[in-house]
Design a protein around this ligand. Structure first.
Ligand code: ADP
Ligand code: ASP
Ligand code: MG
Length: 420
């Protein structure tokens, strides 16, 4: 018998009617002859609500207590779902992350899964039960509850699918598929029938929040097929995510994403001498600040200085402000600016490898819209440009047109998709 892992996000379990629908989806899969494990998120915006409560009581709540608090959201939806399945005539049991054997590293609010002991889940599957597991949580040394970071239930689902040697991991959401761009912003974005792990990982990293990047990374490392599909249209197969070797690439760009969650920091007049950049970025790393794009300007001859600009997550701005004085001590900057009026627009596609002119086409498209580019970064399959936030939608629309990602212009996948 094959195991299928299903994951349902917050909107899919937002009320009891929707939970009844999820119960139906799990039973349908079971009746196809599969063993079924269901991972659930907290209902609707429960996690946001819990975080708000904590901040009403404390400006810096302890991370341990935050994990104790946030992990309760998923425990509400898991037990309600088990009840709904039982009510529809099937046997089911819900398990917390700890009960499901999910072990994590000892890091609160951003723990990584290090091991899953599947003994208990396998036992319940053998008993014919549909097993429900609370997403986004685990347990670390010392029996402490941990959470995996916002959006972490996707990672719970994929990690469980890998540990259980499942046939597939289905991520059910409020969209029908992975689209070429966020369908809530670009109404003409097209559904993708298939996308490679590499492209999906890059898209998730640059802001397509339909999947958490770590879930795609885990699937890629384990060659676990994933599907993104609709909780509300159960017969739609959505998007298949598989290895690039199983696909034919027919277009340079597969999708795009806009990310407004970063800020740009500009450090002015840094002495142009060996070691300054190293000292600056070591200090950021020592303070757990992840840096994304980096630009260093050409040195000014008169002063022998240059400017260094980089982007960090908005969530890290408090942390950055707390080390601003230290930065000044290290590099003796004339000024440090924080620019939060930015959007990072990225195009992604494995087909851009060895195809010259894609970056030029992106810059040209933005120029035609009169959009000034503040920073650029590239990888083998991605080009990102930073621009003023107000241009986010205009840039996305123009790039969709230029790279044929909208309307009827998306080419169908060549050949048959693997049967997973
Ligand atoms: P869930 O609560 O099910 O985990 P999320 O809100 O995390 O759902 O992810 C689904 C959302 O991702 C959609 O509502 C959609 O607006 C957004 N999204 C962004 N980029 C894309 C894309 N390329 N394709 C599909 N959805 C996208
Ligand atoms: N409930 C958690 C969150 O809102 C985890 C998840 O939904 O994936 O971030
Ligand atoms: Mg999500």
């Amino acid at each position: 018998m094959s195991i299928i892992v299903q994951k349902f996000g917050g909107t899919s379990v937002a009320d009891t009617e929707k939970i009844r629908n999820v119960a139906h989806a799990a039973i349908l899969e079971k009746e196809l002859g599969n063993d079924v494990v269901v991972v659930v998120s907290a209902m609707g915006h429960t996690t946001d609500g819990l975080i708000k409560l904590a901040h009403e009581l404390s400006s810096h709540p302890s991370e341990r207590e935050m994990d104790m608090l946030m992990s309760t959201g998923e425990q509400v939806s898991m037990s309600l779902l088990a009840m709904a399945i039982q009510e529809q005539g099937h046997d089911s049991i819900s398990l917390t992350g700890a009960q499901a054997g999910i072990k994590t590293e000892p890091a609160h609010m951003c723990a990584r899964i290090i091991d899953i002991d599947t003994t208990r889940i396998n036992k319940h599957l053998k008993e014919g039960k549909i097993v429900i597991v609370a997403g986004f949580q685990g347990i670390c040394e010392g029996n402490e509850i941990t959470t995996l970071g916002r959006g972490g239930s996707d990672t719970t689902a994929v990690a469980l699918a890998c540990a259980l040697k499942a046939k597939r991991c289905d991520i059910y959401s409020d969209v029908e598929a992975v689209y070429t761009a966020d369908p809530r912003v670009i109404k003409t974005a097209q559904k993708l029938k298939v996308i490679s792990y590499e492209e999906m990982l890059e898209l998730a990293r640059v802001g397509a929040n339909v999947l958490h990047p770590r879930s795609v990374e885990t699937a890629m490392l384990n060659d676990m097929p994933m599907r993104v599909r609709s909780s509300f249209k159960l017969d739609d197969v959505g998007t298949l995510i598989i290895g690039a070797d199983k696909m034919e690439l027919n277009k340079p760009v597969t999708g795009l994403a806009c990310d407004t969650s970063q800020v740009r920091i500009i450090i002015c007049d840094v002495q142009d001498k060996p070691g300054n950049a190293a000292r600056l970025f070591n200090l950021l790393a020592d303070n757990n600040l992840s840096v994304d794009m980096i630009i260093q300007s050409y040195a000014r001859k008169a002063t022998n200085t240059n400017d260094i600009a980089f982007t960090i997550s908005k969530n890290d701005l408090d942390k950055f402000n707390s080390i601003k004085d230290k930065i000044n001590e290290i590099v003796n900057a004339s000024n440090i600016f924080v620019d939060d009026d930015i959007v990072k627009v990225s195009v992604v596609g494995a087909g851009m490898i060895d195809r010259p002119g894609i970056a030029a086409k992106m810059f040209d498209t933005l120029a035609r819209e009169n959009i000034n580019i503040k920073m650029i970064s590239t990888s083998e399959i991605k080009i990102s440009c930073l621009a003023e936030k107000k241009y986010s939608d205009a840039a996305a629309r123009a790039l969709c047109k230029a790279f044929e990602l909208d309307g009827a212009s998306v080419a169908d996948v060549k050949g048959d998709l693997p049967d997973v």
